[in-house]
Design a protein around this ligand. Structure first.
Ligand code: SF4
Length: 341
């Protein structure tokens, strides 16, 4: 797929089809703006030569919230559906993208992993979500409507390392969407070797760890990955990342009633994170109908974050956006697969 290629590679591809190099630049511009092949002014013989390789952009569902949040379901070339969420903040617009179709990590509070992993997304397929959402919100390559990206949709980004890191490079293309790594946040459940690899390979994205527990015993109740990597190993990898990149690490803590919301949990978490440059985002659990976990009361997340703050750990409650268009990540895709939406 041409979206997997850099501008130079597209130029080489177009030359290999027997067309001049400058046409490659035009093809690149059209793709990055999310134009369909029929919408371009390219010569007809070039269009037919590219038909198989040119991306097929398709939004199959769009839910718009009262607060401006938009949930998209996009169709990939093989018919698989993935979802992204467009969110508006004071500092700019953020797109939360998926990195895999499904996920094999099996976290109990998450709808994305309910059907396991179908396949990895290619770098271009991850990029296509930004291209489509940018265009749908009136943006183009010069006037971008998306300034920040979070890898927090379906999939574990570090389980798809090569495609995800290639995607970072595609985003930095000069004539492309030009989103720097400092405006990208990667959320992982804690694939320790790849956290270190990310630092060793010189990437500069903001690392977010989905911790969701103050110790391994509680973590194992909701996150199977905890059987493979201990919290101590994960926190050690975070320190490694911080020391190599200078980037502060964020911790995600989904608050689940009667699982990880007690006073003792706050104390234990604060103890583990002390002396460590982190910020904790407390997120009230989103209801997932297939899972047997209880949502906390509306004020509980603020109480928990307040306790952490009192214990000297920087913490805030993540503002819930788009609550009127359906909660947890992965739910739109699942309901489309089940024919509910
Ligand atoms: S929370 Fe993330 S890692 Fe866990 S199952 Fe969901 S998508 Fe996968």
């Amino acid at each position: 797929m041409l979206l997997d290629l850099s501008q130079n590679e597209i130029e080489e591809y177009v030359v290999s089809l027997g067309f001049p190099k400058f046409r490659g630049g035009q093809v690149y511009d059209a793709i990055i703006q999310g134009k369909l092949l029929d919408e371009t002014n390219l010569p007809r013989d070039l269009k037919s030569a590219m038909e198989e390789d040119y991306p097929h952009f398709e939004i199959v569902k769009k839910l718009v919230s009262k607060d401006g949040t938009i949930k998209y379901a996009f169709k990939m070339f093989d018919g698989e559906i993935i979802e992204s969420v467009f969110m508006q903040y004071k500092y700019g617009n953020t797109l939360c993208v998926s990195t895999q179709v499904g996920c094999r990590m099996g976290c109990k509070f998450c709808a994305s992993g309910l059907h396991g992993l179908k396949r990895n997304l290619s770098a271009g397929e991850i990029l296509s979500q930004i291209v489509m959402a940018n265009r749908d919100n009136g943006g183009n390559a010069k006037e971008r409507k998306i300034t920040n990206v979070v890898l927090m949709g379906s999939g574990e980004p570090l389980d798809n390392y090569d495609n995800v890191t290639k995607f970072f490079k595609l985003l930095e293309e000069k004539r492309g969407l030009l989103i720097s790594q400092r405006n990208i946040s990667l959320s992982t459940c804690g694939i320790v070797p790849n956290i270190k690899k990310l630092a060793d390979d010189g990437f500069q994205v903001t690392l977010t760890i989905s911790l969701h527990a103050p110790n391994d015993t509680i973590r194992k109740r909701t996150m199977p990955i905890a059987n493979k990597y201990s919290m101590a190993e994960i926190l050690d990898a975070c320190k490694y990342y911080f020391n190599k990149t200078g980037r502060r690490v964020a911790i995600e803590y989904t608050l689940i009633k009667d699982v990880n919301d007690s006073e003792e949990c706050a104390k234990e978490l604060a103890e583990k994170l002390r002396g460590f440059s982190v910020h904790v985002n407390v997120i009230p659990l989103n209801y997932v109908k297939e899972r047997d976990l209880k949502q906390p009361n509306s004020k509980d997340a603020y109480v928990f974050a307040g306790k952490l703050e009192k214990l000297g750990i920087s913490a805030t409650v993540r503002r819930t956006l788009g609550s009127d268009i359906g909660g947890a990540c992965g739910q739109l895709r699942n309901s489309l697969m089940e024919g509910e939406v």
